[in-house]
Write a protein that binds this ligand. Structure first.
Ligand code: PLP
Length: 374
């Protein structure tokens, strides 16, 4: 049985008529750029996520880039983040003229280790970008405590974590992206809430940042043809917003289904390899389900066995960013961030989407077991 990493259409068939009606409405109105469906989706998203404002943008990468700029970060500023992420997290730092500074990660959640972050703080540090990797919330209590002490901005990279939750201070449950100054979301088709193309959004509680974001996504313009600053062309398409509004109504249920898949993976693999952890005070969105082996040799062998049997799998991420050629200029070398460097050699991710059947799950877990026992 061939099993893909993700089936971006699986959730569509049950809501096809509603999605197509929403698209047709926009096509008949012709309000393709910043139509009322964009505002409606922004309001619905903000309400669900518990954020005061939501600003739709062209993609998740721009959500990060515009967040950085809207927070007033730029040349001369250092922004601390994780090297165990997609390059969008850091290319946007550089593109804003700031410098990415890499800290090490926690070996259980693969998220930023606040102790390592603290060691990387200098007088030039102006912000931290925690990534809620795979959909597991970063250690926000510790990161926010550090940031408050030094007046650092926090931009949450929520590209993989929409609907993940964190119990702030052991009390109130918050969705990711509703804790820092900004939460940057991606609607790339394979994310928890996927558009039919590219899309992104920034959530914030700060009216000034929200105003900056709205200007930045539309050439810097706050009033038509008047520019206080230069900006970008980075708007969320009306058609995508209309589709996302329909899908948004189902996203919490889809996250529950992902968690049910994860629980079946965990139960079947508990004696075979290290499963994804869920720390107390955290609710996972399971954009990816990542397992870990005792060595690179064991990982590579298991991965090959799955591939040989038609089961998709992927290493997120095989070469940490501090060791990439793109960041040679920053002067990191192998051994600088050992926890991260070990993780990149020992993990890979299994197929994960809400509609995975029990039979598919069993095929995947049987293949992992076979790989480990041979
Ligand atoms: C997908 C992703 C992004 C970028 O989102 P796009 O919509 O593809 O631009 C940023 N950060 C992380 C961690 C991601 O997984």
């Amino acid at each position: 049985m061939k099993i893909p990493m993700v089936d971006v259409l699986a959730g569509y068939w049950g809501i096809k008529d509603e999605v197509e009606a929403a698209v047709r409405t926009v096509m008949n109105k012709g309000n393709f750029i910043l139509g009322e469906e964009v505002t409606r989706f922004e309001n619905e998203f903000a309400a669900l996520n518990g954020s005061r404002y939501a600003v739709g943008v062209a993609n998740g990468t721009d959500a990060l880039r515009l967040s950085i700029l809207a927070c007033g970060l730029g040349p001369g500023d250092e922004i601390i983040t994780t090297p165990f992420t997609f390059i969008a997290t850091t290319e946007t730092i550089s593109q804003a003229g700031a410098v990415p500074v890499f800290a090490d990660i926690d070996p259980g959640t693969y998220n930023l280790d606040p102790k390592s972050v603290e060691k990387k703080i200098t007088p030039r540090t102006k912000a931290v970008i925690p990534v809620h990797l795979y959909g597991h919330p970063a250690d926000m209590d510790a990161i926010m405590t550090l940031a408050k002490k030094r007046a650092l901005r926090i931009i949450e990279d929520c590209a993989q974590s929409f609907t993940a939750q964190y119990q702030l201070g052991g009390k109130e449950w918050k969705f990711t992206g509703a804790m820092g100054d900004c939460g940057a979301f991606s609607f790339f088709p394979a994310k928890n809430l996927g558009a039919f193309g590219d899309g992104g959004l920034v959530a914030t509680d700060d009216p000034e940042i929200a105003g900056n974001l709205k200007a930045l996504r539309n050439h810097g313009s706050k009033a038509r043809y008047l520019y206080e600053t230069e900006g970008f062309n980075s708007r969320l398409d009306t058609i995508q917003a209309a589709i996302l509004s329909v899908k948004l109504k189902h996203v919490l249920k889809w996250t529950e289904m992902r968690n049910a898949v994860a629980e079946k993976y965990r139960a079947a693999l508990k004696d075979v390899c290290a499963s994804a952890v869920i720390k107390p005070g955290c609710r996972h969105s399971f954009n990816y389900y990542t397992i870990r082996f005792e060595s690179k040799t064991a990982r590579d062998a298991a991965q090959k066995h799955l591939s040989d049997n038609g089961i998709a799998n992927q290493i997120y991420y095989p070469v940490a960013l501090h060791l990439q050629q793109a960041y040679e200029r920053l002067g990191y070398k192998k051994g600088d961030l050992p926890v991260c460097e070990q993780a990149q050699d020992e993990v890979f991710s299994l197929p994960m989407y809400p509609e995975l059947s029990d039979e598919q799950i069993k095929t995947v877990t049987d293949a992992v077991k076979e790989a480990v026992s041979t």
